[in-house]
Design a protein around this ligand. Structure first.
Ligand code: SAM
Length: 267
């Protein structure tokens, strides 16, 4: 059988394919996949990670948006434990994954932040993520209050887990080359089994509303997001947080205290 040639890369889908076998080896090593693991791969592309993952894991669920690329991948990566889904990863029901799933992906950068938000919401399903990100997003994950990089992604990722930049990856390791620097990050999620689901949702809402309008004070930002003023005022008082502060000055612990005070008044 002749090996088909891959479709040309589509820039609008963030198609920057890894071409350096050494980086592939390092990602696979970092992922430390066991034979019983289920792996979720977002954007398998031409399968440079998919093949090694299928060799190591019990099953690999891979979601690819580009139909032509998915058809190519089916031909070059015919593993029986590969469950290839054609569609948008943002619409994938992460809550249907088996508990303990490991996410391994060279993420499409144009959509990496909403994908991370979506995955972070499922700590009872996802054990850890080993993901290639633009360096700028990798820095946001670990950013501290008061820094320029600190935002909703920092608070939610630090509340739900612990991230570490495993290694940086130069643009020369991709074809076509991206215009930004990249890094592989490991994000280990704290087990979400005991998490109170309504509180967890409210925590996410609180953090996202606080950062929704970065230039505004928090109280104005919350009001614009539909939070009720009487509840907010009492909650800020109880949490001993000045409502005129800006979201980027609050620590993760302060966000937890504030969200708990709002939660108490909303049930
Ligand atoms: N894993 C391959 C690699 O490392 O060479 C490809 C990585 S490339 C950076 C990102 C991949 O994500 C592309 O194959 C692209 O078609 C796919 N993609 C883009 N948007 C997507 C989406 N919303 N859902 C699923 N896959 C997507």
């Amino acid at each position: 059988m002749t090996i088909p040639s891959p479709p040309p890369p589509l820039k609008r889908l963030g198609q920057h394919f890894l071409i350096d076998p050494n980086i592939v080896r390092k990602i696979i090593h970092e992922a430390a996949i066991s034979p019983e693991d289920t792996v979720l791969e977002i954007g398998p592309g031409r399968g440079v990670l998919t093949g090694p993952l299928c060799e190591l894991a019990s099953q690999v669920i891979a979601i690819e948006l580009d139909k032509k690329l998915a058809a190519y991948l089916k031909q070059v990566c015919p593993y029986p434990n590969l469950d290839l889904k054609v569609g948008d990863a943002l619409e994938f029901p992460v809550e249907t994954l088996p508990p303990g799933t490991v996410v391994v992906a060279n993420l499409p950068y144009y959509v990496s932040t909403p994908l991370l938000f979506q995955l972070l919401e499922q700590p009872s399903r996802i054990n850890r993520m080993i993901v290639m990100l633009q360096l700028e997003v990798a820095k946001r994950l670990a950013a501290k209050p008061g820094s320029q990089d600190y935002g909703a992604l920092s608070v939610l990722s630090q509340y739900r887990g612990k991230s570490r930049v495993a290694f940086k990856v130069p643009a020369s390791c991709f074809r076509p080359r991206p215009d930004v620097e990249s890094a592989v990050v490991t994000l280990s999620l704290f087990s979400g089994e005991k998490e109170d689901e309504p509180f967890s949702q409210l925590f996410t809402q609180t953090v996202r509303a606080a950062f929704a309008h970065r230039r505004k004070t928090m109280v104005n930002s919350f009001r614009d997001s539909g939070f009720l003023m009487p509840i907010l005022q009492e909650a800020f008082d109880e949490a001993r947080i000045d409502p005129k502060r800006r979201a980027e000055t609050l620590t993760v612990q302060e966000f937890i205290t504030l969200a708990k005070a709002i939660h108490l008044r909303s049930i």
